[in-house]
Ligand binder design. Structure first.
Ligand SMILES: Nc1ncnc2c1ncn2[C@@H]1O[C@H](COP(=O)(O)OP(=O)(O)OP(=O)(O)O)[C@@H](O)[C@H]1O
Length: 920
């Protein structure tokens, strides 16, 4: 028993260190919304400052102060040089930039101090005390006390002081903070200084116990991230509690690790943070983000067009170089570049197309490669069959990794994958029984149908195999970009809520991206493992996966050729070879980190993205005629409209009864009943906050609700938004939510295409020119978008963007169309056009339209019936004329003033204006 207490107290002490790190992570997240993956590296840097000071015989107290100050300075520098230029970037981009900082700090430390752990003299008392019969040294207790005191201080500072309140304001509303006379930049800088100081403090406290080394201190990051997530990246006390819990669980597992059940899993304690992260995120996550989730712009995407005129000569030159011209060492560097390129291609799909960040690509791929190696070595399987099984292993692995992505997004997802990489490293790749450790697995020499291509004997053949696979995977990804599944993925990356509203299966699209990218990463990992007769898995560690993210972003994560460019930065690749030739070999990683930072700040589309843009600009200048003739040829076919407007044919009824939505104490929609039939327009009015948008959210499955919603008797309650959309219940959004990464035509294609598994897969091998069919051609005609199909939504005027949003919904061929303030921001001419359009949609197309509008004149003139809401409750449900005179409705706009209500009665135009004024 006393042993258990002893381990619990030891665990709390290491939990204290996790807590210190977690506090810093929360401080950064509160101010910039970013997750700082460089936090552990700041701790390491402070440790090295301590080592350096000791080597210069500087007194220990001064050294400690200097080391902690180094964290503060680093925090300020990061804010100044990286976060300020990136303040409007997506949280994903910010997270990637902190990976760049991580790489720069780690590489600099390695250059100066090497990779061996450095010992530091202890500066805390080492004498022991006995607590509950357990013997513990005092330094551990001091660390715990420091963590608890700091958590309490930060809690008070961020709740009670003006600085703390200003920090909350920075994340909520930067402009409002400016009006109060606070500089948001200074507030952010102050927070980064605090975060840096906290990281440095943990590094300094840990240094005497574990020594200073990159692995020991960066390994603090994962438990700290788990603790910070436990505290929802905002609560200091809860995160501290989480950190202590993790410390105790890990420590007790080490103690009970001697038990027979746990003896075979010696590294289980290291996997605890990952398991906790998964549980927290899956339990708390949401399948779709909430209404206030802001999707930021991600790097641009290539068109996916395969230009044979460029591809064939490039491949020919590569073959000539590999087979006859390059010296062997350069051939092997080419092989490294191409294999890295294949793994980077898996990220082009995942980050570029699907917008999901993974820091575990090599670990994921490594699993399949390990299975392949084992089958070849131990079971004597033929290579092709073993490779197929290895690739098949990637499917369930991809689904497993993708599952958390279903319920979380952005940088938080990257934390999950980082945790997965660490867990796989400690549970699989570090287990000698599985991987053969430093000796590896004897896989012999690979051959296919008698064609031997092992790198030791035939390095040129191995390079050609890598080239062939890179080209094939690249072409498949280009085809995917232009296919229906590719558009699904991009729509999900652009805007999950809008994608679901058009029938896109968001979960399916994400899982497909994870599975396909896992298969590609596995192919790359198999090529890594089979390069030499003994397949080694010692290098399949998390930092390598971070390296591939670095390469993908620098090359251009939205572009297939970017993978080849990024692969140059592989440690044994062509870039490294060139740098080695210049005598700067050791600097490669540092150069990579710096390049990543420069890329995310100045050139977010990467080398290939910006190169293509410049090439296009030059071409436009030199051959303007050619450019415009090219533009005239649309990449999307539009089927001709035959006969009358489409529509789903048979008349249907949307029946709503007792619909209620509750947000905590607020009842946003309260027992609403109505019926809406094909060909009818039901206007919904009500002052701000009346519950109009929540009503649409509930009807389309975006918020949980009680009551019944049926379409022609079929119950919709409990079904997902994309399912309702496929049944014909389609919505638009107040804020349009267009897919800015897709062209206008592709926005419509996402709405109109019916994707099947066969079609999705077939398009990767045999792509066809996409065609707008079903209701989409009529929508193009109706909304006059024929000339704009190949342009970007960003090139349209505001009015046209609104029309595109509605036409996209119409292209789904709706039975019921729910329009949320479609006239907002339109001028008078466009409003009149919209009015006529809504009537045509109901009368000619037979669509049942539910129209939310603050333009009371518009809604009254176009609707057959009006439903008036106030505080979520129906105050009137009648014809426009009756509602206009309804005292309850007038009261809801004018307040409880009876005289005003009486004056409003009968004065219809006056009432309309009053309604509009109070609703805006
Ligand atoms: N996710 C949410 N969490 C908590 N409260 C919410 C949430 N969404 C909406 N509400 C609350 O529900 C009520 C109804 O909001 P809703 O946006 O549906 O009103 P609205 O009539 O559409 O307003 P507006 O005309 O301004 O768009 C408001 O009190 C709002 O603050």
């Amino acid at each position: 028993m006393s042993n258990a207490i002893h381990f619990a107290i030891l665990g709390m002490a290491s939990g204290g260190l996790y807590a210190l790190m977690a506090l810093g992570l929360i401080v950064v997240h509160r101010t910039s919304g970013a997750i700082n993956f460089a936090h552990g590296a700041i701790a390491v840097t402070a440790g090295y400052v301590l080592v350096y000071c000791e080597s210069k015989s500087i007194p220990i107290l001064v050294s400690v102060v200097l080391a902690i100050l180094s964290g503060l300075v680093l925090g300020v520098l990061i804010q100044l040089l990286v976060m300020t230029p990136l303040r409007n970037a997506s949280t994903l981009t910010k997270a990637i930039s902190t990976l760049g900082i991580l790489v720069v700090l780690q590489a600099s430390a390695q250059l100066k101090f090497g990779s061996q752990p450095q010992l530091v003299e202890s500066f805390l008392p080492q004498n022991g005390v006995t607590i509950f019969g357990a013997y513990v040294t005092v330094d551990y207790l001091i660390m715990l006390a420091i963590a608890l005191v700091l958590a309490a201080v930060l809690w008070v500072v961020y709740r009670r002081t003006r600085f703390g309140l200003a920090t909350t304001a920075v994340s909520d509303n930067e402009e409002a903070l400016g009006t109060l006379g606070w500089s948001s930049t200074l507030v952010a800088r102050g927070n980064w200084a605090i975060a840096g100081t906290l990281a440095a403090l943990s590094g300094v406290l840990l240094a005497p116990t574990t020594g200073v080394s990159l692995p020991s201190m960066t390994s603090l990051l994962l438990p700290a991230l788990a603790a910070a997530l436990f505290g929802r990246l905002s609560s200091f006390p809860v995160a501290t509690l989480g950190a202590l819990l993790i410390g105790v669980i890990q420590s007790e597992l080490t103690f009970y690790g001697q038990a027979p059940v746990l003896r075979d899993l010696p590294n289980l304690p290291e996997a605890v943070p990952f398991l906790l992260i998964i549980v927290i995120l899956v339990a708390r996550g949401k399948t779709l983000p909430t209404r206030d989730f802001v999707e930021s712009r991600l790097p641009s995407l290539g068109s996916g067009r395969v230009r044979l005129r460029t591809l064939l000569p490039a491949v020919l030159v590569a073959v000539l170089l590999i087979q006859w011209m390059l010296p062997l060492e350069w051939v092997m560097a080419t092989t490294s570049t191409l294999i890295a390129g294949i793994i980077v291609l898996s990220l082009v799909l995942l980050i570029g197309y699907a917008g999901q960040l993974s820091l575990a690509q090599l670990s994921i791929g490594g699993l399949g490669a390990l299975v392949t190696a084992r089958l070849v070595a131990s079971a004597d399987w033929p290579l092709p069959l073993a490779v197929l099984v290895g690739l098949a292993v990637a499917v369930p692995v991809g689904i497993l990794v993708g599952l958390p992505a279903v319920r979380t997004r952005g940088a938080t997802l990257a934390v999950v994958t980082l945790g997965l990489a660490a867990a796989l490293n400690s549970l699989v790749f570090s287990t000698v029984k599985l991987t053969g450790g430093d000796v590896g697995i004897d896989v012999g020499f690979p051959s296919l149908l008698g064609f031997e291509f092992d790198e030791t004997t035939y390095p040129r053949r191995y390079a050609l195999v890598a080239l062939a696979l890179f080209v094939l995977v690249g072409i498949a990804l280009c085809n995917l970009r232009r296919s229906g599944l590719g558009r699904w993925m991009i729509s999900v990356r652009s805007n999950e809520r809008a994608a679901a509203s058009l029938g896109v299966n968001v979960v399916g699209a994400k899982l497909a991206a994870f599975v396909m990218s896992s298969v590609i990463a596995t192919l790359g990992a198999i090529l890594v493992a089979f390069r030499f007769p003994n397949a080694l898995f010692t290098s399949f560690e998390p930092f390598q996966s971070v390296n591939y993210v670095v390469q993908s972003v620098i090359g251009g994560v939205g572009f297939v050729p970017g993978a080849a460019a990024g692969g140059m930065l592989e440690p044994s690749g062509l870039g490294s070879k060139a740098i080695h030739s210049a005598g700067l070999g050791d600097w490669l990683t540092l150069v990579g980190g710096l390049l990543l930072l420069l890329t995310v700040i100045f050139n977010p589309d990467g080398m290939v993205g910006s190169g293509l843009e410049q090439a296009r600009a030059v071409k436009r200048k030199l051959f303007p005629a050619k450019a415009s003739s090219h533009a005239a040829k649309s990449s999307i076919a539009v089927q001709s409209v035959v006969g009358d407007a489409p529509g789903r044919g048979e008349a249907k009824v949307l029946a709503v009864s007792g619909l209620t939505v509750q947000f905590g104490a607020v009842t946003a929609v309260n027992g609403v009943d109505f019926e809406l039939r094909s060909g009818e327009v039901l206007g919904v009015i009500g002052p701000n906050g009346a519950g109009k948008t929540t009503l649409i959210d509930a009807l389309t499955g975006y918020v949980p609700s009680k009551g019944s919603v049926t379409l022609d008797g079929e119950q919709l309650q409990g079904t997902a938004p994309h399912h309702r959309s496929r049944l014909g219940v389609i919505r638009s959004f107040q804020s349009l939510e267009l897919f800015e990464d897709l062209s206008v035509g592709e926005n419509l294609l996402v709405a109109s295409e019916k994707l099947t598994f066969r079609r999705a897969l077939g398009a990767m091998f045999w792509p066809k020119r996409p065609a707008l069919d079903g209701a989409a051609p009529a929508a193009v005609q109706e909304f006059g978008l024929g000339d704009a199909l190949d342009g970007a939504p960003g090139d349209l005027s505001y009015g046209q963007r609104r029309l595109l949003a509605i036409s996209r919904a119409v292209a789904c061929n709706p039975t019921v169309l729910l329009l949320d303030e479609p006239a907002a921001g339109l001028d008078d001419v466009d409003r009149q056009a919209l009015k006529a359009l809504v009537r045509r949609l109901s009368e000619s197309w037979g669509i049942a339209v539910l129209l939310i509008e603050h333009d009371v004149d518009l809604v009254m003139s176009v609707s057959d019936r009006i439903l008036a809401l106030n505080f979520g409750t129906v105050t009137a449900h009648a014809s426009p004329e009756e509602v206009r005179r309804h005292p309850e409705v007038i009261r809801s706009y004018l307040g409880e003033d009876d005289a005003a209500v009486a004056a409003g009665d009968g004065c219809t135009r006056g009432t309309d204006e009053t309604m509009e004024r109070s609703a805006q």
